[in-house]
Design a protein around this ligand. Structure first.
Ligand code: PMV
Length: 334
């Protein structure tokens, strides 16, 4: 039977990716660095069979087909998997998110990573994590990093065919057991500007993008050193600066892109004020949505959770440790 199920975890970038030098292959301008999250994951079952009339993806109970963006994200990896394996039957995929979909908590990353892992296995392909990372990248750039637990770096690469643009694990899941991410959910609505369209517009129009492009490799290099030394303060400071550069660049896009909600700004101010007084040490990050994520160490989780829960507009606080590698599961969703 050509059927397999995989589970992959979401990741949050400490050093951000935003902007492609190749739109079709999804090749970024610079490297990014992420932590995989234990608490947010996607499980996906894929089957190839003549029984199915057409390719489809059922995502949290809703069915998508070619022509719809949830499905079309998977087209490039799927056609590569078909080419490499020779599998010609129609595909059914069923996917279950344990993340608030498209609310800026990287469900596209865990979803795409789980999909490529399950689809490659269902097609009988025996491929390395590096090759799966390349396949996932073609679906959603940040998904390249969800093929690894712990901390990962996505190499931008220099080749035009994308063969050297993949993620690689830097630090394993259990190497930094005190590391935490506190996610503050301020809205569960779908984001206003999809990352694909938003980043294209940023590259085309933001006068700040060029400066960030120069700075990003320096940030990644310094961050790797801090990570290797488990120097949380330096890591946090660079991560917060990468977040600030991402959102300043978004805001300087024409027309401007603003993902922050009033509650996001309140959370940021709360964290910064408490850091200044030495109450706790947390560093802010945000992606293409209003959710605020705070990097911290285990001993500050309680104080940070209490502080952000008191901010009006914060609907939910989810604490995550460092997550594992993706895995194949023997139980299928259908
Ligand atoms: O891979 P995409 O298209 O979901 O892009 C996501 C980009 C950010 O999440 C905003 C930053 C990142 O590096 O994950």
């Amino acid at each position: 039977m050509k059927k397999a199920t995989a589970r992959a975890h979401a990741n949050i970038a400490l050093a951000k990716y935003w902007g492609k030098r190749d739109e079709a292959l999804i090749l970024p301008y610079f490297d990014s660095l992420s932590v995989t999250l234990d608490a947010f994951f996607t499980t996906t079952s894929v089957e190839f069979s003549d029984v199915f009339e057409e390719d489809s993806l059922e995502l949290d109970g809703e069915i998508f087909r070619a022509g719809e963006k949830e499905f079309d994200r998977l087209l490039a990896p799927l056609s590569h998997i078909r080419e490499q394996s020779g599998v010609a039957e129609s595909m059914r995929a069923v996917s279950k998110n344990d993340v608030p979909t498209a609310a800026g908590l990287a469900s596209s990353a865990s979803g795409t990573a789980a999909f490529v892992m399950a689809a490659a296995a269902a097609a009988g392909l025996n491929v390395s994590s590096k090759e799966l990372s390349i396949l996932a990248r073609m679906g959603s750039g940040s998904a390249s990093r969800s093929l690894f637990g712990g901390f990962a770096q996505w190499h931008a690469g220099t080749q035009n065919d994308g063969s050297d643009s993949f993620a690689e694990q830097l630090v394993e899941q259990d190497e930094w057991p005190e590391f935490r991410v506190v996610a503050c959910i301020v809205s569960k609505k779908q984001k206003k500007v999809a990352s694909r369209a938003g980043m294209k517009q940023t590259v085309a129009t933001s006068p700040l993008y060029e400066g960030w492009k120069q700075q990003a490799p320096l940030d990644v290099a310094a961050m790797k050193q801090a990570l290797a030394a488990k120097d949380f303060t330096t890591l946090g400071q660079i991560a917060e600066s990468s977040f600030a550069q991402l959102h300043a660049t978004m805001l300087s896009t024409n027309p401007p892109i603003l993902y922050m909600a009033p509650a996001s700004v309140e959370v940021i101010n709360t964290i910064w004020a408490a850091r200044e007084t030495g109450e706790f040490e947390g560093y802010i990050t945000m992606d293409a949505g209003p959710q605020v994520k705070i990097f911290c160490l285990a001993h500050d989780v309680e104080a940070i959770s209490t502080a952000v829960s008191a901010v009006s507009g914060v609907q939910e606080v989810v604490v995550s440790s460092v997550g594992p590698d993706p895995t194949l599961l023997s139980e299928h969703l259908f």
